[in-house]
Design a protein around this ligand. Sequence first.
Ligand code: SF4
Ligand code: SF4
Ligand code: FES
Length: 252
Amino acid sequence: MNSEKGRLLKINILRFDPHIKGDKPRIETFEIEEAPGMTLFIALNDIRQHHDPSLKFDFVCRAGICGSCAMIINGKPGLACSTLTANMDSDISLAPLPVFELIGDLSVFTGNWMRSLNNRLEAWIHQHEELNIDQLEQRMEPELAEEIYELDRCIECGCCVAGCGTIQMREEFVGAVGLNKIARYQIDPRDERSDSDYYELVGDEDGVFGCMTLLGCEDVCPKNLPLQSRIAYLRRKMLEIGLKSNTEVCSC
Ligand code: SF4
Ligand code: SF4
Ligand code: FES
């Protein structure tokens, strides 16, 4: 039996529950022994089990798939379930993601933010014809299917939102997550929306022209989505559409 003791981890957590009357934001420090292969998710469970059962944090899949466990880890957004404590100093700071509604401690409500974004951007395939379930599947070139799949890997974790300076200043800004969604539908031949429909959705300061391209989003995206190239592509595309429609309106 291996009796070697693990490192002592000091986990400093920003605690605050807006639903408890009189509660005040504070840092609470918990000391736990590091176990082999420990992730922050496991560490948080240890704290909840052995130190404070009232600690709030979210998780579902524990495998970097559902996006629920996103939080600020040592000042940077990331997923607790994919972060190994072995790769970190023994002094660790955790805080909830900003921008989203705080449920309590490390738990935030990303769902309503993402739902309202999806509604606003109409993030679904738009087709005029009614769906015929007897029809054969529409064929698509594998390269294009691959390209769409690549952008569809977004897990709506909110890390890019939390890492985006523009969203902190401009509440309505759709962020990298929103621009990535538009890029995904714009290349999908099954979506019959026109270029000007997309321009209506993101051709302004709350869309692609509000983005400062500092790329904090790409740096923190746990799924390594190609946000930089997609935002650059969308910006060029929207600029082209905007210039074209201005030239058509202007008769001088
Ligand atoms: S590049 Fe744009 S979307 Fe990404 S963090 Fe910067 S402002 Fe936000
Ligand atoms: S784009 Fe990346 S960081 Fe942003 S919500 Fe999707 S998976 Fe998370
Ligand atoms: S628990 Fe699902 S991504 Fe971490």
